[in-house]
Design a protein around this ligand. Structure first.
Ligand SMILES: CC(C)(COP(=O)(O)OP(=O)(O)OC[C@H]1O[C@@H](n2cnc3c(N)ncnc32)[C@H](O)[C@@H]1OP(=O)(O)O)[C@@H](O)C(=O)NCCC(=O)NCCS
Length: 161
């Protein structure tokens, strides 16, 4: 099996969005918000995750990479960077469920970290939910160290008029 990591092209975006939305079932903060308050504002968490990938693309298209096997996109990673601060960020990483556990996620992270090095950055950042066992294992395995834990809150805004 040959896995090719390459920059994302506009034609990859629909497939990458589809993989990401499917992959984030159970590990999405927006899904937790929806579980707490029900669906709201005419959209569900899947739509919001799709929007997040669109926003990643609009912010820094050259920082998005996909993994391809035999010409088929099987996963991807989004990144953006703050050159002045010296930090590279990885907001989204997802692999097709049929292709997990084959080292593709690791390859994509290593590719993103190399990309940050080539940009002359000093630190790479990534985050995962406390209950995401694969994320917690994988990020440490590629060299990330835990530096902080965060608690996410949400409040339903009632209409006043
Ligand atoms: C996280 C994800 C991108 C990893 O991709 P992947 O290609 O399956 O990952 P890899 O095969 O490169 O590596 C998986 C590692 O996790 C380990 N792993 C797999 N399942 C695990 C589990 N339930 N608990 C702990 N570790 C686990 C594997 O052993 C491997 O570690 P190793 O290389 O030290 O042996 C993929 O599982 C995914 O898309 N998950 C859903 C979306 C998600 O959680 N994205 C990240 C959000 S922060």
């Amino acid at each position: 099996m040959v896995v090719r990591i390459r920059p994302t092209e506009p034609r990859d975006l629909d497939r990458f969005r589809e993989i990401t939305i499917a992959a984030f079932e159970g590990v999405s903060i927006d899904q937790r918000v929806e579980e707490a308050f029900g669906a709201f504002h005419g959209h569900d968490w899947r739509w919001r995750k799709g929007q997040a990938i669109r926003a990643d693309w609009e912010r820094e298209p050259s920082g998005i990479f996909v993994a391809e096997i035999d010409g088929e996109v099987v996963g991807g990673i989004t990144t953006w960077h703050d050159a002045e601060a010296g930090i590279g960020f990885i907001p989204n990483l997802a692999i097709d469920a049929n292709r997990r556990g084959e080292g593709i996620g690791r390859k994509l992270i290593e590719h993103a970290v190399d990309h940050f090095r080539q940009l002359g950055l000093s630190v790479a950042r990534i985050e995962t939910l406390a209950h995401n066992e694969v994320g917690n294992h994988l990020y440490r395995a590629v060299g990330f160290e835990e530096v902080a834990r965060q608690v996410h809150f949400a409040m339903r805004l009632e209409r006043t008029s």
